[in-house]
Ligand binder design. Structure first.
Ligand SMILES: C[S@@+](CC[C@H](N)C(=O)[O-])C[C@H]1O[C@@H](n2cnc3c(N)ncnc32)[C@H](O)[C@@H]1O
Length: 399
């Protein structure tokens, strides 16, 4: 049975406030962004929601947060390669599902500049109706996709991370043919370092498993795959002109690597795609003097970068900078092959200076230029955090 559509007002006021604050830092119109999530959207209803124990508030927050992180990735490519959205002619979001990224792209580009494609015809009809964008219904076989257009950016989020050997190369060929001169093809994969514990990598460089979140796609065309860079490099070398590529570890989603392949005549020199810092609140403890001590973790996923400041805001007022208090190697199990060790942090808020119901935010300001934002409410226990694929409840308190 299909899920019901999820409107924004199904989310509790506390979490709506977290979401609205987060969107405001990106200049995103929340009403347009938060069109009801269609019940047929497997990415939300079959992956995100069950991963957060069907807690609509947390899943809605994580949906928004992950989409903004996705956008951080996208706009770095737009800014560095093309000099901004205003210089783009058209873009293609391939395997776009119900348009997580379209919710943001349609706020930066005209609908006629945006092309989306997915194997789900219903998702394409939904996006055409909701956003007025151009749609292409895809197919199991790359050669059956007749789309003749070319685009500045062909972005493929989380399809190659599901492809078996053979189809991996054929989709790469097909999608590279959609790249306009001077454009780029960007796609995400699971690196072999993310292979589930105890699994032995396939000697070919691509390990494939017949499992996925999809309720309908055949495992022959969509499972779970993990690749070595050598495997991807060989596939890219087989493209016309053997183009150059760049790999950005953890450059997409939480744990996928991003590969950017240069279209004809395009140089990728100097391109640097950083990952948004991540973190979470873990505990809130009432102290005998009435203050509250909050603690949590933060993780810089970008190699060569570090979180330079953790800044605490209460109801939009800067309450100062917190120094990381410890290393948190325990968090690493959620981030295999991490470039940096996660850190812990602790800070206190005085009860008399903190109104009940205050919005508490910690900004993770990275030297990469990106900022991750963590949210809680004062007094706790309302707070969210992150532990790999699932929710870790806020502990402590007595408040
Ligand atoms: C993990 S979801 C990612 C969706 C979207 N990119 C995002 O990040 O929210 C993978 C998507 O790939 C689509 N897909 C699978 N096989 C496909 C194919 N042969 N052609 C186009 N899309 C396909 C699925 O329908 C699904 O929407």
């Amino acid at each position: 049975m299909a899920d019901e559509d999820l409107p924004f007002d199904a989310v509790s006021p506390t979490y709506r406030r977290f979401i609205l604050d987060n969107l405001s830092h990106y200049g995103i119109d929340p009403e347009r962004f938060w069109r009801p999530l269609p019940g047929a959207d497997e990415m939300f209803f079959k992956a995100l929601l069950p991963n957060y124990e069907r807690d609509v508030d947390i899943a809605a927050f994580k949906f928004t947060e992950s989409t903004l992180r996705f956008f951080d990735t996208y706009r770095q490519i737009v800014d560095q390669v093309f000099g901004g959205f205003s210089n783009l002619s058209s873009v293609m979001d391939f395997a776009s599902g119900y348009g997580r990224l379209t919710r943001l792209l349609e706020q930066r580009l005209r609908p006629e500049q945006i092309w989306v494609s997915d194997i789900y015809a219903d998702a394409m009809a939904w996006q055409a109706n909701a956003f007025g964008v151009n749609t292409v219904v895809s197919a199991p076989d790359p050669d059956a996709v007749t789309h003749a257009g070319t685009h500045d950016i062909v972005f493929v989020g989380s399809l190659f991370s599901h492809l078996p050997s053979g189809l991996f190369e054929r989709w790469l060929q097909r999608l590279y043919a959609m790249v306009a001169p001077g454009g780029v093809l960007a796609f995400s994969v699971h690196d072999v370092g993310f292979l589930p514990a105890g699994e032995t990598p396939d000697p070919s460089g691509l390990s494939f498993y017949r499992t996925s979140e999809s309720g309908s796609l055949d495992y022959d065309i969509y499972g779970m795959s993990y690749v070595t860079e050598a495997y991807v490099a060989a596939a890219v070398a087989g493209l016309p002109g053997a183009p150059t590529y760049r790999r950005f570890g953890k450059g997409a989603y939480e744990n996928q690597d991003l590969y950017v392949v240069a279209g004809p005549g395009r140089s990728l020199d100097g391109l640097r795609v950083a990952s948004t810092p991540m973190g979470g609140f873990e505990t809130a403890t009432a102290l005998t003097n009435g203050d509250v001590e909050f603690a949590g973790w933060a993780h810089e996923r970008t190699a060569g970068a570090r979180i330079e400041r953790l800044r605490v805001w209460v109801d939009g007022v800067d309450r100062g900078v917190v120094e990381p208090s410890s290393e948190r190697p325990d968090v690493l199990r959620h981030f295999p092959d991490a470039a940096n060790t996660p850190v812990g942090w602790v800070f206190r808020l005085a009860r008399e200076r903190t109104p009940a119901g205050a919005l508490v935010r910690v900004d993770l300001e990275s030297g990469s230029g990106l900022t991750g934002r963590l949210y809680a409410e004062f007094p706790p226990p309302t707070a969210i955090t992150y532990s790999g694929w699932s929710r870790r409840p806020l502990k402590g308190g007595g408040l």
